[in-house]
Write a protein that binds this ligand. Structure first.
Ligand code: ADP
Ligand code: MG
Length: 386
């Protein structure tokens, strides 16, 4: 493949492209603009969290060649904010722009079947699983995988596209309900904790990790991240080394996150890789020297990475639409802003729906115990899951 001719590092005033208009794209735009870049967002929605803060918004489908060509003409470097962007769009852009992460890296992790095989082949344990592409794969699957979870291989997020299945019969039914699209059947593990690690890797291969985040999911959606995670140094070191190893194996440029399950006895199992900044890394905006979004900008622009050091203990609470609905459609603003150590980030979404990520709040403090305490009070006041 011929490499595009782009002179790195980029300089102030240069345009960065972002595929996707969600909150990750929005926080990326803000970080890029702080460094002096301009951002063009490609997203089909008229009104999107990133489109509304971008210097330019191309409102088109991700595979619209005219829009992709316009984006490529304007921007020297392009990134994406969600893994379900068609790899073909990234390949198209890669002819004339620096695209990070690469289409190949995104293609590996956007399909659970490929992703799990890739992680396992990198020597990192995954939950026992079987790829399911037809009903007979279910019949042939190890009965030890039950009770399990059937997950669609592509396009799942926030627990969507997953079904708990206690038996082969239930798995057959769930597979039919998903329209017999490729899936993985995964054994349901008993989790002590969930953690994640965000790393950034520059074009020169320099790789820096952020502290390990301890995550609580409620109904499949991240509810809280507590950082640093309350795990042993050994568990933290192994999760970090595994994530750095995965980023290297993908020849990755940009920000990547790996989610892990911690099992009894400190055994670590990698769950999935996100080829982008991650919800569990939002705390970095307020608690680290360099946020995960600034780091993504630096990596794609060929700039040196910033320090990942955490200067405040942190608890991040996701704010879902449920909190708005409970407050007659209004953001629970006053309650959040009443706490001087709570840093509020709203995503500019007009419509609050149950389960929709509307914003997050990060409680920062000198002690983690205090941050946990205040976050607990806030969650209770605004009805946030925790
Ligand atoms: P998503 O892409 O929606 O984030 P995940 O595979 O990360 O999907 O699953 C969402 C959550 O469901 C996990 O964070 C975890 O809490 C729970 N979960 C997923 N797989 C398993 C499993 N094999 N055993 C136990 N819990 C699981
Ligand atoms: Mg997940």
């Amino acid at each position: 493949m011929t490499m595009p001719r782009v002179n790195l590092p980029l300089t102030p005033g240069d345009w960065l492209g972002m595929l996707g208009g969600g909150q990750l794209g929005r926080m990326f735009c803000m970080a890029a603009q702080s460094l002096g870049f301009r951002v063009c967002v490609l997203d089909p929605a008229e009104d999107s969290p990133a489109g509304s803060v971008a210097d330019r918004h191309l409102r088109a489908d991700y595979l619209d060649e005219a829009a992709l060509a316009e984006l490529a003409g304007l921007c020297s470097a392009v990134s994406t904010e969600f893994e379900n962007v068609p790899a073909r769009a990234l390949e198209f852009l890669a002819r004339s722009c620096v695209v990070s992460p690469s289409a190949a890296a995104v293609a590996t992790v956007q399909d659970r079947i490929r992703e799990k095989a890739f992680i396992r082949d990198a020597g990192i344990p995954v939950a026992p699983y079987a790829p399911i592409v037809q009903v007979s794969d279910l019949d042939a699957a190890d009965p030890g995988l039950f009770p399990g979870i059937l997950k669609v291989a592509r396009l799942g997020y926030d627990g969507k596209g997953q079904a708990g299945v206690a038996s082969l019969d239930e798995a057959r039914e769930a597979f039919r309900d998903f329209g017999e699209v490729p899936c993985v059947l995964e054994k349901r593990l008993s989790l002590e904790l969930e953690v994640s690690v965000v790393v950034a890797r520059g074009v020169d291969g320099q790789t820096l990790a952020y502290p390990v985040s301890e995550n609580v999911h409620v109904a499949g959606i991240l509810a809280t991240s507590t950082v640093p995670a309350r795990v042993s140094q050994d568990v933290a070191a192994r999760a970090t080394a595994a994530t750095i190893g995965l980023a290297r194996a993908l020849d990755y440029v940009g920000v990547l996150c790996t989610e892990f399950f911690v099992l009894e006895g400190g055994q670590l199992v990698a769950n999935e890789i996100a080829p982008r900044p991650h919800n569990s890394g939002h705390y970095t905006i307020d608690a680290c020297v360099t946020s995960q979004f600034e780091q993504q900008v630096r990596a794609m622009a060929g700039l040196p990475l910033g320090a990942t050091r955490q200067h405040q203990q942190a608890v991040m609470l996701n704010l879902l639409g449920d909190c708005w609905i409970a407050a007659d459609g209004q953001p629970p603003w006053a309650e959040l802003l009443a706490h001087p150590e709570a840093k509020l980030h709203l995503y500019g979404k007009r419509e609050a729906r149950a389960g929709r990520k509307m914003g997050h709040v990060t409680v920062v403090a000198a002690s983690l115990t205090h941050a946990v305490h205040v976050a607990g009070l806030i969650a209770q006041r605004v009805g946030a899951a925790r």
